[in-house]
Design a protein around this ligand. Structure first.
Ligand code: SAM
Ligand code: GLN
Length: 301
């Protein structure tokens, strides 16, 4: 009788790597390892130590399910149900954009600026998604308070859950709102931050297939990608203290256009900062003479 083929860690990884490569998955080996670790509840190093360990039928079945999903270009973070951002793991699902490493740079810059003005700041995050930005800011700034808004109720459920798990829910409110529409006018914020949808609508079809599985409402920034910057800059002053700060993530070619929108709205001191790939990725704006205006100049030095 022929003996049953034993699927060891090594065999499973080799098979999956080839399958992913054929399916056009960007990091075939790495993704195979990460998914197998999720099934075996181990670290990647353990896979190498235990190469000859056979998988049980139940482990194989779960792994196969994950592999099919990733082969269909479902983002890894949706399969795992979480994504690391700053020092925490954020729950994510199909209602939320997967938080990006570039966005950590935006958060780090805001933490730096807020600390220099004492850290006791009120922050509004527009289009909060998983809550990655506002929850991280409150996590690193223990005296800060915040509000996250999103038009998606499902995203807000995820954001609130993340705020609770990371321990900042007592300092963070969440509002379902179309940009500022439901944000109370009587509350003024020190900082308004947003990573809004900024992909030009016609470019979405050309994005990587896994990005296209993220919510269209998290990506689509209108014809030129700038719709949300127009809306936010037009109303920002109504919701900001006089010497407040505007902080945006932007698309790689939107730096000048978004800085110009900030200036037209009276935030005449603007800076554009780059990401790890040396592409423009952030715009900050403040009014001349306000406490953030000089701090912005120092960042670019
Ligand atoms: N802040 C998260 C991050 O950085 O990972 C998510 C950013 S995602 C690019 C943009 C978010 O804006 C999505 O969660 C989307 O639901 C939300 N959004 C889209 N249109 C909106 C609107 N009109 N008002 C408020 N939020 C909106
Ligand atoms: N950073 C995302 C991407 O490159 C876009 C997110 C957004 O529109 N804010 O796909």
């Amino acid at each position: 009788m022929e003996s049953k083929l034993v699927w060891t860690i090594m065999k499973v990884l080799n098979w999956t790597k080839q399958y992913f490569a054929k399916k056009g998955v960007e990091n075939p080996r790495l993704d195979a390892e990460i998914l197998l670790c999720a099934v075996l509840a181990c670290e990647r190093i353990n896979l190498y130590v235990d190469f000859e360990r056979p998988l049980s039928d139940e482990e194989l079945a779960r792994f196969r399910g994950y592999v099919l999903r990733r082969g269909d270009q479902e983002p890894l973070a949706y399969i795992l149900g979480e994504k690391g951002f700053m020092r925490n793991s954020f729950k994510v699902n199909r209602a939320t954009l997967v938080p990006r490493p570039e966005t950590e740079l935006l958060v780090e810059n805001i933490i730096h600026l807020a600390e220099q003005v004492g850290g006791d700041v009120k922050i509004l995050d527009i289009g909060t998604g998983s809550g990655a930005i506002i929850v991280s800011l409150l996590d690193y700034l223990p005296q800060a308070k915040g509000v996250g808004v999103d038009i998606s109720l499902e995203a807000l459920t995820v954001a609130r859950d993340n705020a609770q798990r990371i321990g900042v829910l007592d300092r963070c409110g969440f509002i379902r709102s179309d940009v500022f529409s439901k944000v109370p006018m009587d509350k003024k914020f020190d900082i308004i931050v947003s990573n809004p949808p900024y992909i030009p609508a016609a470019d979405i079809a050309g994005l990587a297939q896994d990005v296209q599985q993220e919510p269209r409402g998290a990506l689509d920034g209108g014809v030129d990608g700038l719709d949300f910057y127009r809306r936010i800059t037009a109303e920002a002053a109504d919701h900001l203290v006089e010497d407040g700060l505007l902080a945006f993530e932007i698309g790689y070619d939107q730096g000048e256009a978004v800085a110009a929108l900030c200036r037209e709205a009276g935030f005449s001191r603007t800076i554009v900062l780059k990401d790890y790939a040396e592409l423009d990725r952030m715009v900050f704006g403040a009014k001349e003479g306000g406490k953030y205006a000089d701090l912005l100049l120092e960042i670019t030095k």
